[in-house]
Design a protein around this ligand. Structure first.
Ligand code: PLP
Length: 363
């Protein structure tokens, strides 16, 4: 396997050695040793600080998709109504996932280069469709956009919608996620994006309402949230917990808190701003639309005219730069520079920009 000297893929990101160190230890059995429970409880507390929430956080083995599936299956019974808000691949994908488990899904789709702004239409859909759950994505990673979420919670409360489900996998740790203030009932995160740990752990912050529904739905399965309602109290996990993974996540969150969350968010915002300005000056075109909010965690750029993505990617990699391609409707058209977590680093970005500039001139 080749390791590129300039890693700018939007997750999994480069893992710093201080976080990797958690994997170098031969822990005992997480099922039996009280030290694991202490670590789990401490990690939950650290996540609660970062996520601005008092809610219980379930920490599961597996990367982000486990949280996305587990939270849907744990809260939705066949026939339940789900209103999926989509400004991109994950937003639409979550609607398809909910449909695949039998939900009655209505998807409000906006352009993949847009961010949520049409709250009148969203409110009308809530009133008419009466969903049990609204789903939204904070950072749409394929589009490089950041949806504002502050108004959804108010609409949810006003119209008595039980659950607001938010995929914040690629924003947590890179920009504020105000779980309680925004009224998020199911806040989903993963270890391998801005937190800069390996792709091994996901987590879900569950409101009281979400916990009640998880208990009632009583979904059983590897990704089920129900066992996590009592895992700490009973010191009984549904499977052998991934001690190394939780230790790495704990270190990762601690590093952000030590840096200072505000300083960390400022670092991301500054890097993103500099990246967007630099690439546009070179002649690249940004993907997010004029009125859309770009994410501070990555920059999505249009593949320039006159070159195919495969060739562009080959030229980047020849000079040591790994960026991310794309999927679905954006495949071949948009590529991504992931400046999240350990990769939100000015020195690294400058190296990446140097390659981006040389390659642009070669087209
Ligand atoms: C990365 C990501 C996920 C999780 O996908 P993985 O398969 O765990 O990498 C979910 N949602 C968003 C928006 C993501 O960027």
């Amino acid at each position: 396997m080749k390791k590129y000297p300039i890693p700018m893929v939007p997750g999994p990101v480069n893992v710093p050695s201080a976080i990797f160190a958690a994997y170098q230890f031969d822990y005992g059995s997480a099922d039996l040793e009280p030290e694991f429970l202490d670590l789990y409880n401490k990690t939950e507390e650290l996540l609660q600080k970062l996520l601005e929430t008092k809610n219980r956080v379930a920490i599961q083995t597996g990367e982000g998709m486990i949280a996305l599936w587990g939270a849907l299956k744990s809260c939705i019974a066949p026939g339940d109504r789900v209103l999926a808000l989509s400004t991109g691949l994950f937003g639409s994908g979550i609607g398809e996932m909910a449909a695949s488990i039998g939900a009655d899904v209505k998807t409000l789709s906006y352009g993949y280069d847009q961010t949520l702004s049409n709250y009148e239409e969203i409110e009308a859909a809530i009133v008419e469709f009466k969903p049990k759950m609204i789903t939204a994505v904070h950072c749409e990673t394929p589009s490089g956009t950041l949806n504002p979420l502050d108004r959804l919670g108010a609409l949810k409360k006003q119209h008595g919608v039980p659950l607001l489900y938010v995929d914040a996998v690629s924003s947590i740790g890179g920009t504020p996620v105000l779980t309680d203030e925004w009224g998020i009932d199911l806040l989903l995160g993963g270890s391998q994006k801005c937190l800069s740990a390996p792709p091994s752990i996901s987590f879900v912050a569950m409101s009281e309402k979400a916990q009640q529904i998880v208990d009632t739905i009583n979904y059983q399965g590897y990704d089920a949230l129900k066992p996590f309602l009592t895992a700490q109290k009973d010191f009984y996990f549904p499977y052998t917990p991934h001690w190394q993974g939780v230790a790495a996540l704990s270190t990762a969150v601690q590093l952000i808190l030590d840096e200072g969350v505000e300083a960390c968010f400022q670092r991301h915002a500054g890097i993103a701003d500099y990246c967007r300005k630099s690439v546009t000056t070179m002649g690249y075109q940004l993907f997010p639309g004029e009125n859309a909010i770009p994410s501070p965690t990555l920059t999505a750029v249009c593949v320039p005219d006159g070159i195919k993505w495969a060739e562009l990617d080959r030229r980047f990699r020849q000079k040591g730069l790994a960026t991310g391609g794309n999927y679905g409707a954006l495949a071949e058209k948009v590529f991504r520079i992931g400046h999240m977590g350990s990769q939100a680093d000015m020195k690294l970005l400058d190296q990446a920009l140097d390659v981006l500039e040389k390659v642009f001139k070669s087209i």
